[in-house]
Design a binder for this molecule. Structure first.
Ligand SMILES: [Zn+2]
Length: 136
């Protein structure tokens, strides 16, 4: 599918991804670890600049890059980050997760944007809220 160009759909999708991830993290990861988002939605130009793959989930606002920090917001280090990834994220993340070493990448299914678009068209602004509650 083609990523949406509608800024409202993009914003709604990004909000959904951020909220979903935050909720998921709080439920699955040891609370002594926090994350710091380093990249989310990217338009096609920006995606090319940073060397993102052609059909990257970042184009759909359904991807999140982050680093793992301690409670004081300090990076835990690459080795520790990989360890945390293997224990808490890789086995339990419902979509695609990748340890990129200097950051972690997670994304949800691309088809989700279609569902978000449909829900917003049907229910108007409340659609995002309804969808969020259904999926979490
Ligand atoms: Zn990424």
């Amino acid at each position: 599918m083609i990523p949406s160009k509608n800024p409202i759909i993009i914003k709604a999708t990004e909000l959904f991804t951020d909220h979903y991830f935050k909720y998921w993290w709080e439920k699955h990861v040891n609370p002594i670890y926090k994350y710091k988002k380093t990249s989310g939605y990217r338009d096609p130009v920006h995606n090319k600049e940073v060397g993102g793959v052609d059909d990257s989930a970042h184009l759909y606002a359904l991807a999140l890059d982050f680093i793992i920090t301690n409670e004081n917001g300090q990076f835990v280090g690459q080795e520790k980050q990989s360890e945390i990834f293997n224990i808490y994220i890789k086995p339990f993340w419902p979509g695609f997760a990748l340890d990129e070493k200097n950051h972690i990448h997670v994304n949800l299914d691309r088809e989700l944007q279609k569902k978000i678009e449909k829900t917003l068209l049907i229910a108007g602004g409340a659609g995002g809220y309804i969808l969020y509650n259904i999926l979490t």
